[in-house]
Design a protein around this ligand. Structure first.
Ligand code: HEM
Ligand code: HEM
Length: 187
């Protein structure tokens, strides 16, 4: 089975930290059901996620010249699909907490993070806007879950169709283990 070169440690670490945080907050969001304590927790975790996603995007830009090349050949449908899905995942990761923040403001509340600080109020109270932002927040959150399903299917397709194990590329393993792995001719 072929192995390829690896993503930098910071990229892998943030990938898995945010995978856990996003799914955790998705499940909390799904369970909200008018529970005020759970909503306060959901908003606080969401604000931490917004911060972590901003760090992730900045770090991705900083590391852009140190990334392993795609395992798909540039210009092929698989390559274009991979790039489209990754870009959309970044857009959704940013849009979901931003929409949650705006929805909270439109409902007439401030978005507070564990009572430690509050985000600035960006829109004034509006019943209609609050409704639509809430709908968009839910749609993008469930859309993210569906897109992650596609993303995982893509990784599985590499394994099944091309006998390529791409998972180690994104695992935050120590460098010692990384060096034992053969690198591909494209890595
Ligand atoms: C970043 C990760 C986040 C995820 C994955 C997420 C996900 C969700 C989900 C799945 C729901 C339930 C939607 C439904 O079924 O109607 C929800 C509701 C909600 N979320 Fe988030 N959320 C996130 C961040 C935030 C943030 C940062 C805020 C505000 C600061 C927020 C505020 C809300 C509010 C107010 C609701 C209730 C919406 C309503 O009553 O229509 N969320 N969220
Ligand atoms: C909330 C969940 C997830 C999000 C938002 C997400 C997002 C991303 C993004 C944006 C990248 C591209 C990294 C870059 O070039 O900047 C990536 C890479 C990757 N992800 Fe995820 N991911 C999630 C969950 C998962 C899961 C559950 C798996 C398990 C199979 C996975 C496997 C991978 C792999 C193998 C790569 C490297 C792809 C390559 O070879 O280039 N991801 N992920």
């Amino acid at each position: 089975m072929k192995h390829t070169s690896r993503y930098p440690f910071s990229i892998s670490l943030l990938h898995w930290l945010l995978t856990v945080a996003l799914f955790g907050n998705l499940i909390i969001g799904w369970m909200l059901d008018d529970n005020e304590d759970l909503l306060t927790l959901h908003k606080s975790i969401g604000i931490v996620i917004l911060f972590l996603v901003s760090v992730r995007v900045a770090n991705r830009l900083r590391m852009r010249r140190r990334l392993p090349p795609s395992t798909n050949r540039p210009g092929t449908p698989a390559y274009l699909a991979e790039k489209a899905v990754h870009h959309l995942l970044y857009v959704l990761m940013l849009a979901i907490p931003l929409l949650g923040w705006l929805k909270t403001n439109a409902a007439g509340h401030v978005a507070s993070c564990f009572g430690l600080f509050s985000l600035p109020t960006l829109v004034s109270k509006s019943r209609d806007l609050s409704h639509w932002l809430g709908e968009l927040h839910a749609l993008t959150a469930y859309g993210l879950a569906a897109l992650v399903g596609l993303h995982v299917l893509g990784a599985l397709a590499h394994r099944v169709l091309k006998s390529e194990n791409i998972l180690p590329r994104i695992l935050p393993l120590p460098r010692r283990v990384e060096q034992k792995m053969p690198t591909s001719d494209r890595g």
